[in-house]
Design a protein around this ligand. Structure first.
Ligand code: SHN
Ligand code: NAI
Length: 219
């Protein structure tokens, strides 16, 4: 399996099943997408959710009706998380027939076309590290995520800083090779990471110094 990143802003995600798995996936996708959860019962934690992006629909669609629910919601992704195997299979088939991406939470192992896996994720700003065990061991994915938590602190800020520096470098006389060397030196610099971790404003100054050290005068 090859990981890809998908921008869900402005998109709809439909989740069938409002149990503990439906709740976790709803929280996750509501950070970007509009989320619709279809379920006859909801995990009590949904009542405390303060998110305008999540709509709860109390219904228990029959196997023959799930396709029309998908047609009405026009989702970018369908999450399959009911405790009813027959319904889960019917949703999987209906989404597949429509060419809609689906995340089947009730299934492990090999996937077919457009059947995607949700990885465990560690984020710092726009930087995300995702862990998948190829749909073999979710508990291991979670454990590895916990081990990585806190390890990428500062990466979000460094992404923003290097993005700014790349623009500045493009305006200089440096060759493309020199610009690449400069950016590579900045992201590897212990002094830059140290400045980011201490939360002061010296990171840009440090990065500028590292670039000069690497390629000479450039400003
Ligand atoms: C295939 C996949 C499909 C998908 O959902 O995309 C899938 C499937 C299944 N999970 C099951 C169980 C558990 N899942 C978790 C936790 C997570 N599961 C997630 C992803 C995935 N789970 C995908 C593979 C990802 C990969 O490639 O590694 C995470 C990473 C992301 C997320 O869902 O948000 C999230 C951790 C988030 C975090 O904390 O960072 C825990 C741990 C816990 O609860 O403590 C348990 C109990 C322990 C255990 O059983 O391992 C079962 C059996 C259900 C049953 O027994 O009935 C199935 C179905 C089956 O195996 O048949
Ligand atoms: N991917 C993952 O991380 C995990 C997946 N699972 C699997 O995911 C599924 C759901 O697990 P849980 O949330 O723990 O179960 P749960 O029993 O807490 O929730 C299932 C929900 O589905 C609803 N439901 C029943 N019929 C429905 C229908 N026709 N349409 C819509 N909703 C319907 C129920 O009312 C309930 O709210 C199970 O198949 C389980 O094996 C379980 C644990 C983790």
């Amino acid at each position: 399996m090859i990981p890809l990143y998908h921008d869900f802003r402005g998109e709809t995600v439909v989740i069938f099943g409002g149990g503990s798995v439906g709740y976790r996936k709803a929280q996750r996708f509501a950070t970007e997408a509009r989320v619709i959860v279809v379920s006859p019962k909801f995990d009590p934690r949904f009542a405390d959710l303060d998110s305008e992006s999540i709509e709860l629909i109390r219904a228990a669609p029959a196997a023959a009706a799930v396709g029309s629910w998908i047609d009405r919601c026009e989702p970018a992704l369908v999450v399959i998380a009911t405790n009813n195997t027959e319904i889960n299979d019917a949703i999987d088939t209906a989404a597949s027939e429509r060419g809609v991406l689906r995340n089947n939470a009730a299934m492990s192992g090999e996937r077919s076309a457009r059947s995607v896996v949700v990885p465990a994720t560690v984020s710092d700003g726009p930087v995300t590290v995702s862990i998948s065990t190829g749909a073999n061991s979710p508990a291991l994915a979670k454990y590895l995520r916990q081990q990585l938590e806190g390890k990428i602190d500062g990466a979000g800020e460094l992404a923003a800083l290097t993005s700014e520096l790349r623009e500045e470098l493009k305006k200089s006389e440096l060759s493309p090779q020199q610009r690449r060397d400069a950016i590579r030196a900045v992201v590897r610099s212990e002094a830059v990471w140290k400045a980011l971790h201490s939360g002061d404003t010296k990171a840009k100054k440090e990065a500028t110094r590292v670039i000069t050290e690497t390629v000479g005068d450039w400003v």
